[in-house]
Write a protein that binds this ligand. Structure first.
Ligand SMILES: [Zn+2]
Length: 323
């Protein structure tokens, strides 16, 4: 049996690489910059050079490696390991899996970055190897990953789990996807700031308005801090955000009936207050039998989730392991 698995998480600014024991502990991990110049042409070479060198340094023989798992952003075909387009890193029509296989001589598997993150969280993080899980990442946008009956859900053409683009308000703010009122226009870090700006327009003499006047800008962190200091308008923004998320999770709960909902990303770090209010809203909206088995938690692994999940992907594909 192989001792190690390679987990790789390709992001817009860095590539995270880890040599992972087959039971999920990290032997060593490091990062290299994502070189997006020249349409990202050198990225796969950069990854392989760095990995090959580290394997030599660690005296790890290729025969002890089960395979390489890769999480990448953008539109991908998980069956062929082909990246159609990844705007952040400049890729268009890149045969990632074939190239990395040819260089390494190892089996290589590719998944969407949000999907490997939920695999990682469920393997070694807050999911605790549940069979039915929804992961929600609240960052600049809103990402998602779904595990149903023990496997990650890709859907017919890779769009499953794109929860940030579920329509919440048909007359809402315009979204990057070209439509209006998507979940991420309201509850992402960007969305929460947008809510604050709207509240300020209607309340020009408020503490929030004074804050923006003084500092020129406001962040999600500032809004959470003001709410913590008792500012009622800031509290109302957090309540609205939690209410939308609680309703959204309640709707997902009658679709997938998860036992775990894992909330990660920058916004989730802003405070336990948000989690508490999401859970309260969820309990108001959810069907009691679906709510009874559903535990909403903050994700644990942070930036390592994708890399660890990419390693689990290899286990899943090579050894047919399920949660
Ligand atoms: Zn959208």
């Amino acid at each position: 049996m192989a001792d190690y698995i390679i987990g790789i998480d390709i992001g817009g600014t860095t590539v995270k690489i880890g040599i992972i024991h087959n039971h999920g502990d990290i032997l060593t991990k490091w990062e290299i910059p994502t070189n997006t110049t020249n349409a990202g042409k050198s990225i796969i070479d950069d990854i392989w050079h760095s990995l090959d060198q580290r394997l030599t340094e660690e005296a790890i023989d290729r025969s002890t490696i089960l395979g390489i798992g890769v999480g990448a952003p953008g539109f991908i075909d998980v069956d062929t390991g082909f990246v159609f387009e990844a705007v952040n890193i400049g890729w268009k029509n890149v045969d990632l899996t074939d190239q990395l296989k040819a260089k390494s001589g190892l089996p290589v598997f590719l998944e969407n970055d949000a999907n490997v993150a939920v695999l990682g969280e469920n393997w070694k993080g807050a999911g605790n190897q549940a069979k039915n899980v929804i992961a929600i990442t609240l960052g600049t946008g809103v990402g998602g990953g779904i595990i149903a009956n023990g496997s990650v859900v890709d859907g017919e053409n890779g769009m499953a789990g794109e929860i940030g683009h579920m329509t919440i308000d048909p007359d809402g703010w315009p979204c990057n996807c070209g439509r209006r009122g998507c979940l991420e226009t309201i509850v992402s870090a960007t969305g929460i700031v947008r809510q604050a700006k709207q509240v300020i327009t209607g309340n020009p003499t408020s503490k929030l308005a004074a804050f923006v006047q003084e500092y020129g800008e406001i962040t999600t962190k500032d809004i959470f801090q003001l709410a913590g200091e008792g500012d009622t308008l800031s509290e109302s923004i957090i309540q609205h955000t939690a209410d939308i998320l609680g309703m959204f999770i309640a709707n997902m709960a009658v679709t997938l009936n998860p036992s775990k909902v894992l909330i990660g990303g920058g916004v989730s770090k802003a405070g336990g207050q948000l989690l508490k209010e999401i859970i309260a809203a969820f309990d108001r909206y959810a069907l009691p039998r679906a709510a009874a088995v559903c535990d909403i938690r903050v994700a644990q692994l942070g930036n390592d989730a994708g890399m660890i999940g990419s390693a689990f992907l290899v286990k899943q594909k090579e050894l047919n392991v399920k949660f």
